[in-house]
Design a protein around this ligand. Structure first.
Ligand SMILES: Cc1cc2nc3c(=O)[nH]c(=O)nc-3n(C[C@H](O)[C@H](O)[C@H](O)COP(=O)(O)OP(=O)(O)OC[C@H]3O[C@@H](n4cnc5c(N)ncnc54)[C@H](O)[C@@H]3O)c2cc1C
Length: 522
């Protein structure tokens, strides 16, 4: 099975890349008026600061006060506005347009895809700087891949994984670590993913940090530290002191349990998309039709009255019957609302910070580690790197090791000048992969925490105690404002699939609203 599948993938990759190539050495996709530069011509930047220069950032929230007066929505114009052209906003818009609704998507960046961002090296090596994997159970994303005739390829997996446990390299973590994780999975199974605060133990679990729970449950400090980094780090990009047991259990529940979430083959890291998730986002945007997505339109104010919503983006003004806000709660809280949001909804946006991860690609002329029988997959109980993966693609001879750093480790790296950061990461990598790890060709990252339209990654997680008090406000519409974004999903929250679920759910809410206010609505 693997051989033919990889051949097909290779052909598809070649086709994609030749379609993208432009005579000026850069590569672009032109679709329905969307022009999104997807490759940097003339060599690669070494630092995220250089990479950032390829993106246009909007000017941030703010703008003049406004009144939205007595106007009513013009039925010949937009019916529904969507804020954000990430997977969630695009999925909402697709669903609404299929139902015959006039939609306009307002996107702050000069590209679609949000936390999905793909770049290519000069030889066509695909680097997914944001989201990259999909896996079994993520049926919505696989369906979109099929719908837009894209293809997937299996994540590189040649050889055996490694664990750096308290400084020593071994084949696997001790069995006891799995038993501790099984306990958490057991908690997760007792939760209703749509209302986790209703579980009998919810108050206790929400009042206990995962860090305290691990300290009292894991048999030794190394196991506690390892699981802190693997679970709070690898899944939520934070540390166990920052999230509750309930938040962790919710996340496990939504992704089908720890094995599903952490696994490669058979798990959430199984497959990648040819062209990256960014190619899928571009296809979805093209599927909306011309003129639907307005790029470089950062929404700063949303007002509503009994008849309509009025959305302002810098000097522009848009009016509709409803708005879907498809941005992470932490960013939704930076938009101004008139009238102001209810206290609990605003409180939620203050209690769902984005995680902090650094995803660094170390590029080599060849995947030297495969000859040693190492798969490139490692997890570490200590140090600046928590996880590594082989991120090579079937069509590229280059070797790519992708390094993940989370929470405090990511923040410490972020505070270093790029050369010191690279040296620190490569020293840590050499402890796993040997001295050849230092012979890197280039290092590429993108600091999502410094990116004004994301402000952290992988996503938002509620602080301890917040599920109990603020959880019910996560999805509840506020008048004509409906909330999407992966953080509001009940399944695969934090993932592309969750983003699609959330967008479709918000669209369904809006359709139900429109059929109530306009009975003859298609
Ligand atoms: C490094 C990294 C690795 C990841 N790995 C994976 C993975 O392997 N698999 C997986 O499934 N998921 C992964 N994720 C998570 C995945 O990317 C997200 O769950 C998903 O992309 C979220 O989609 P969304 O539409 O909800 O939000 P976003 O993608 O954040 O989209 C929100 C959009 O709203 C725009 N916006 C924000 N504020 C405004 C405003 N005021 N006005 C107008 N527009 C605005 C933003 O520019 C953005 O385009 C990863 C994320 C990161 C960052």
């Amino acid at each position: 099975m693997a051989g033919p599948r990889r051949d097909t993938t290779r052909r598809a990759l070649r086709a994609q890349h030749s379609r993208r190539r432009r005579p000026d050495g850069g590569d672009a996709v032109e679709q329905h008026g969307l022009s999104h530069r997807t490759t940097i011509g003339g060599g690669w930047p070494e630092t995220n600061a250089d990479l950032h220069r390829t993106e246009r950032h909007g000017s941030g929230v703010g703008g003049e006060d406004f009144d939205f007066g007595p106007e009513r929505v013009d039925r010949g114009m937009t019916d529904v506005l969507v804020v954000g052209a990430g997977f969630s906003g695009l999925a909402a818009a697709l669903r609404l347009i299929r139902a015959g609704v006039q939609v306009r998507v307002l996107e702050a960046r000069d590209r679609v895809g949000g936390r999905a961002l793909t770049r290519w090296l000069d030889d066509g090596t695909q680097l997914d700087l944001g989201a990259q994997w999909i896996g079994p159970g993520q049926d919505r994303v696989y369906a979109l891949v099929r719908r837009y005739a894209l293809e997937t390829f299996p994540s590189a997996s040649v050889g055996a994984p490694a664990v750096l446990w308290d400084g020593a390299r071994r084949d696997a973590a001790p069995d006891v670590a799995s038993r501790v994780v099984d306990l958490l999975d057991g908690y997760a199974e007792r939760l209703d993913p749509a209302a986790p605060w209703t579980a009998p133990e919810a108050a206790r679990w929400d009042a206990t940090t995962l860090g305290d729970w691990l300290a009292g449950t894991a048999p030794d400090p190394v196991t506690a530290r390892y699981l802190d980094r693997l679970l709070a780090g690898g899944l939520l990009a934070t540390s166990a002191s920052q999230v509750s047991v309930l938040q962790m259990a919710c996340y496990l529940r939504s992704g089908g349990g720890a094995r599903s979430l952490l696994g490669m083959v058979g798990g959430a890291q199984q497959d990648r998309i040819v062209g990256g998730p960014a190619a899928l986002a571009e296809a979805m945007a093209a599927g909306l039709g011309p003129g639907v997505v307005r790029l470089s339109t950062p929404v700063d104010t949303i007002g509503q009255d009994d008849g309509s919503v009025v959305v302002r983006a810098e000097a522009e003004r848009f009016e509709a019957a409803a708005v879907v806000v498809a941005v992470p709660p932490a960013l939704a809280g930076r938009i101004r609302y008139a009238p102001a949001l209810p206290a609990l909804r605003d409180g939620l946006t203050q209690r769902m910070p984005m995680g902090s991860a650094l995803k660094t690609h170390a590029i080599y002329p060849a995947p030297f580690w495969r000859a040693d029988g190492w798969s490139g997959v490692a997890t570490c109980s200590d140090g600046p790197i928590t996880e590594t993966v082989d991120n090579g693609t079937p069509t590229s001879a280059r070797g790519v090791l992708t390094l993940f750093s989370y929470g405090p480790a990511a923040n410490a790296l972020r505070g270093m000048a790029p050369p010191a950061r690279t040296a620190t990461l490569l020293d840590a990598l050499a402890a796993i992969a040997g001295p050849a790890a230092r012979q890197v060709e280039m290092v590429v990252d993108h600091d999502w925490s410094a990116d004004p339209w994301t402000r952290g990654c992988f996503g938002g997680a509620l602080t301890p105690g917040a599920w109990q008090e603020y959880g019910p406000s996560l999805r509840a519409p506020v008048g004509r404002i409906h909330w999407a974004g992966t953080e509001t999903a009940t399944h695969w929250t934090g993932y592309l699939d969750g983003a699609v679920e959330a967008g479709e759910r918000a669209a369904a809410e809006v359709l139900s609203r429109l059929s109530v206010t306009s009975p003859g609505y298609r």
